[in-house]
Design a protein around this ligand. Structure first.
Ligand code: SR1
Ligand code: MG
Length: 415
């Protein structure tokens, strides 16, 4: 059959002969199907049977959020599948298990995560997940280090770069929506009524426009490692004990700092949004403290794990041991590592700042802010996040300065 989108009615008949499903959830006659996709691009079905539940994800030939006026290649399912298998190998247990992939139907069958919830929805409710930063720091270090020239041979790296280079349609979305559209009146942009007085000075800020383009330049040219490419808090599913990284369809070779910066940006957006969700001033202080604590911890865990991999798994074509440890210069390897980590952080801050802006000014917003019921509180939360994003992108604060800076900004405009 040529590619045809599934529906809740057609799914059982079309997938009834797949052992990947029947072995795990039982015969198709007993299935019930719900379409639960709440992302911007795809169909996502939960299929329930007598033995359990499973996820069937299928790409649509267009951007779901916008409609068929914006076509998008189906091959993004191929890149998602390939990224999922690499992530599973590089940080086992941190991504959902894939049971079946059908390239022609752009369809992935995978484990139904339960009782996991989307991190963003949970944080909007003020729920804290104590293991988040630990899991994400390790995931970021392992996936980024093991996907790079620090780990891989030149041949393996370039072959994989060539494979993921074909995911350019998704990269094109990022290049426009994240790095450019927020800084001019792009067609698909939208923003909260009343925010215009905060937007005009932002777009007039030449240093910011340059910083955003520097970040875009880094995204395009630093093909350092396989990045997830869309690591916001809607791409994480959590419980109190577990974190699962989903939806890597934007995977491409890019800078080490990209996923790090996106993740931190979404913590900061959640931080500023808390004021819109608390019943009384200060009621969400615990959640605020937790978010800033996670921000500090994710970088601390990331650097510790990256250092461990640097010392034990540096088998690739960069910073060879023959030039350092084996030549009696172990301190030289430490000095090189410090330089690499400083560069990752600096890039991450550029990506963090623009991600904060595009989630308020661009096409794709975040529930953290959108769900604030009082328009005036939402406006103030967004104004704080915009200004913090501007400072982050242009001044690139140090890891130690970032949390205090966010806290000062949160108090600078009355809640
Ligand atoms: C047109 S797609 C808009 C956004 O949704 C995805 O989740 C990515 O974040 C993309 O930028
Ligand atoms: Mg997604």
């Amino acid at each position: 059959m040529d590619y045809t989108p599934l529906t809740i009615e057609t799914l059982p008949a079309r997938l009834s002969s797949l052992p990947a499903l029947t072995d795990r959830i039982g015969p198709a006659q007993a299935w019930t199907v719900a379409e639960v996709g709440d992302g911007n691009l795809n169909l996502v079905f939960i299929v329930s049977g007598p033995l359990g539940r499973i996820i069937v994800k299928q790409a649509l030939p267009y951007v779901r959020l916008v409609g068929d006026s914006w076509p998008l290649p189906l091959n993004r399912a191929f890149f998602e599948y390939n990224a999922l298998t690499r992530h599973a190998a590089r940080d086992p247990g941190r991504v959902p298990e894939v049971f079946h992939f059908d390239e022609g139907q752009a369809l992935i069958v995978m484990r139904c995560l339960s009782p996991h919830v989307i991190l963003r929805k949970s944080v909007v409710q003020g729920v804290m997940h104590p293991m988040l930063a630990r899991h994400m720091g390790v995931f970021l270090a392992r996936s980024l280090f093991r996907g790079s020239a620090l780990s891989l041979s030149g041949g393996a790296l370039r072959k994989d770069m060539a494979l993921f280079a074909a995911n350019h349609a998704l990269a094109d979305i990022t290049e426009n929506l994240v790095f450019s559209d927020p800084y001019f009146a792009a067609k698909l942009n939208r923003h909260t009524p009343g925010l215009a007085p905060f937007i005009a000075p932002l777009r007039a800020d030449r240093a910011l426009r340059i910083a955003a383009q520097e970040a875009k330049h880094a995204f395009l040219s630093k093909t350092e490692t396989l990045v997830h490419g869309d690591l916001h808090s809607g791409s994480l599913m959590v419980t109190a004990e577990d974190t699962q990284v989903i939806d890597p369809e934007f995977a491409i070779y890019g800078p080490f700092g990209f996923d790090v910066g996106m993740f931190i940006a979404n913590l900061l957006l959640a931080f500023h949004a808390q004021s819109g969700h608390e019943d009384s001033p200060g009621a969400r202080d615990g959640c605020r403290d937790w978010l800033l604590g996670q921000l500090a911890e994710v970088w601390q865990v990331f650097t510790a794990e990256f250092r461990h991999l640097w010392q034990t798994e540096r088998t690739g074509i960069l910073y060879e041991r023959s030039l350092f440890e084996d030549a009696g210069d172990a301190p030289g390897a430490e000095a090189a590592l410090a330089g690499v980590l400083a560069g990752i952080w600096r890039d991450a801050m550029g990506f963090c700042g623009v991600e904060m802006h595009r989630r308020i000014l661009g096409l794709a917003h975040v529930e953290d802010l959108e769900a604030i019921p009082d328009p005036a509180r939402r406006l103030r939360a967004e104004a704080r996040a915009l200004e913090l994003g501007r400072i982050i992108a242009t001044a690139r604060p140090t890891p130690g300065d970032l949390g205090p800076l966010a806290r000062d900004m949160d108090r600078s405009i009355a809640r």
